[in-house]
Design a protein around this ligand. Sequence first.
Ligand SMILES: Cc1cc2nc3c(=O)[nH]c(=O)nc-3n(C[C@H](O)[C@H](O)[C@H](O)COP(=O)(O)OP(=O)(O)OC[C@H]3O[C@@H](n4cnc5c(N)ncnc54)[C@H](O)[C@@H]3O)c2cc1C
Length: 492
Amino acid sequence: MSFDVIVVGAGNAAMAAALSAAEAGARVVVLEAAPLEHAGGNTRYAAGQLRTTFDGANDLSSLVPELTPEEAARCDFGTYGRADYLEDIGRLTGYRCDPDLAEAIVDNSLATLQWMRTIGARFQLSYRRQSVKVGDRIRFWGGLPIELWGGGAGLVEAYHGTAAKRGIEVRHEAMAHSLVLDGRRAVGVEGWWRGEPMRVTGRSVVLACGGFEANTEKRARYLGPGWDLAKVRGTAFNTGAGLDMAMAVGARPHGHWTGAHGSCWDMNAPETGDLVVGDGYQKYSYPMGITVNLDGERFFDEGADMQSYTYSRLGKAILKQPNMVAWQVFDQRHVPLLLDEYRIRRITKVRADTIEQLAEKIEGMDRARFVETVRAFNASVAHLDGRIDLSQKDGNSTRGLPLPKSNWAQPLDQGPFEAYGVTTGITFTYGGLRISPDARVLDAALQPIPGLYAAGEIVGGIFYDGYPGGTGLVSGAVFGRRAGKGAADPLQ
Ligand SMILES: Cc1cc2nc3c(=O)[nH]c(=O)nc-3n(C[C@H](O)[C@H](O)[C@H](O)COP(=O)(O)OP(=O)(O)OC[C@H]3O[C@@H](n4cnc5c(N)ncnc54)[C@H](O)[C@@H]3O)c2cc1C
C-alpha cells in the first residue's frame, strides 16, 4: 500500500493531522512507537481541560449542545476574548512566545474545538475543577469552562474511532528513527516496526511525536541536574526521537530548551505515567494551605496567582529542594474542599491531631523548624472566617513574612491536620522545532523544509517558563490540522 502523508505519533497533534490530511483526500498512515495498550501519548493521560476564546454561553453551547438555557442562566461564564488569551500566554511566558504561533492558537481555538466535535470528541462544562458556587449562582474561573468528556483518553478514542472509519492505517510498535529525503524534500520515514526494519515513503511527513520528557539523558543534558530524577507524568515513549530526526536534516531548534512544564506529583508515583491513576497523582489544591520542604521551610508563594497559572512552575521549584520532596499541609477548613485527587488510594499522606505530631510523622522533616514555620505563618495572617474561594484572588495575604503568601492565607489551626508528599512530575518539554504558522518545519535559514511539518509538543517557541493550563491540547490540534492540510496538498 502506498501513502501520501506519513504521520509520526498517535496523540492529539498526530491524529488531528492525520484526520485533516484524510479530509483533504490524502492516503494517510500513522506510525506509533507504543503498543496498542500504551498508545496515544501524553494525550491519553491529559485531564482534558481546554483553553479557548469564547463570548458567553452561546459559544459554549456550540461545544456543549446539552447546555440548556436554564442551566446557562444559573452560571456566570464571563467571556474570554482574544486579548485575554494572548495576554495570558504572553504574561506566563515572559512575552517570549512566538507571536505568530500564539495568534494562530488563539484565533483558531474555538473553531478547532468545533472541528473536534465533528470527528467525535465531546465536551462538557468543567464544574468540578473550574467553578465555584456563590450563593445560588455558579461562577466559572480561569478561562477554562470547557473540558473533554472522558478526558484525553476520550479524545484518543474518538480520534482513533473516526480514523478507522475513514480508512487511516495506524501501525503500533512502529518507531521512527530517521527521515527519508528525496533531494531536499522529506518523503518518508525509516525505523523499526515490531522488531523489523521499516521504511515508509510518500509525499510528505508530519512529525507529531512529542518532546523529550521521557528521556533521562536528554532531560539531564538540556534541563539540567536533577531533572533526570523527575517522575514522568505521562507516556514513556516521548524520548525526543522526532527532534533528532528533524535536526539531522537541518531543522532549526526554537524556544526554551532548558524549560519544561512540571508540577507537583505524588512522591511515590511510578517512574512514568500510569493509565489507571491518570492525572490522579497531581496535587493541585496547594493554594489553600502551605507547602514546606524537608527543612521545614516554605519555598514559594502558594497564593501568587490562580492554580491554572502557577502549577506548571512548581516542578522546577520542588526540584531545588532537599531530596526533591515537598509536603502540602492543610487543616480542617481546607480538607473538605480538597480536589478529588486527594482522595485516591495510591497517595502519600500523613494525618495527625497536632502540627507537632504531624511533623513527627514526616520522614526526614526538620520538626522544630516546621512547627516554627506554621507558628510564624499563623501569626502573619488575619483570622478570617468563611469558605476559601479559589475562583478569584482574595487579597488575603500574609503580613511580615520574608516569603509572602499573597492570597487565600488563612491560619492552619483546625486539626486534625493532613500533609501530602509530592515531588517533581515533568509533563512536557518546551524546546522544540521552529515552525511557520502553517506548521511547516523551518531550516537554519528560516526556509520551510519541503514536505516536513510538525505539531504538538515537538514544536518550540510557544511556551517559556510558564504555561496557561489547557493550552497544550489546543495548540496541538490547531497546528495538527494545519500540518495535515499542508502535507496533503500536492502543490506544497
Ligand atoms: C498528566 C497530564 C495531564 C495533562 N492535562 C492537560 C490538560 O488538561 N489540558 C491540556 O491542554 N494539556 C494537558 N496535558 C498536556 C497534553 O497532554 C499535551 O500537551 C498533548 O497531549 C501533547 O500532544 P502531542 O500529540 O504533541 O503528543 P503526545 O500525545 O504525547 O503524542 C506523541 C506520540 O508520539 C509517539 N512517539 C514518540 N516517539 C515516537 C517515534 N520515534 N516513532 C513513532 N511514534 C513516536 C508517542 O508514543 C505518542 O503516541 C497533560 C499532560 C499530562 C501528562
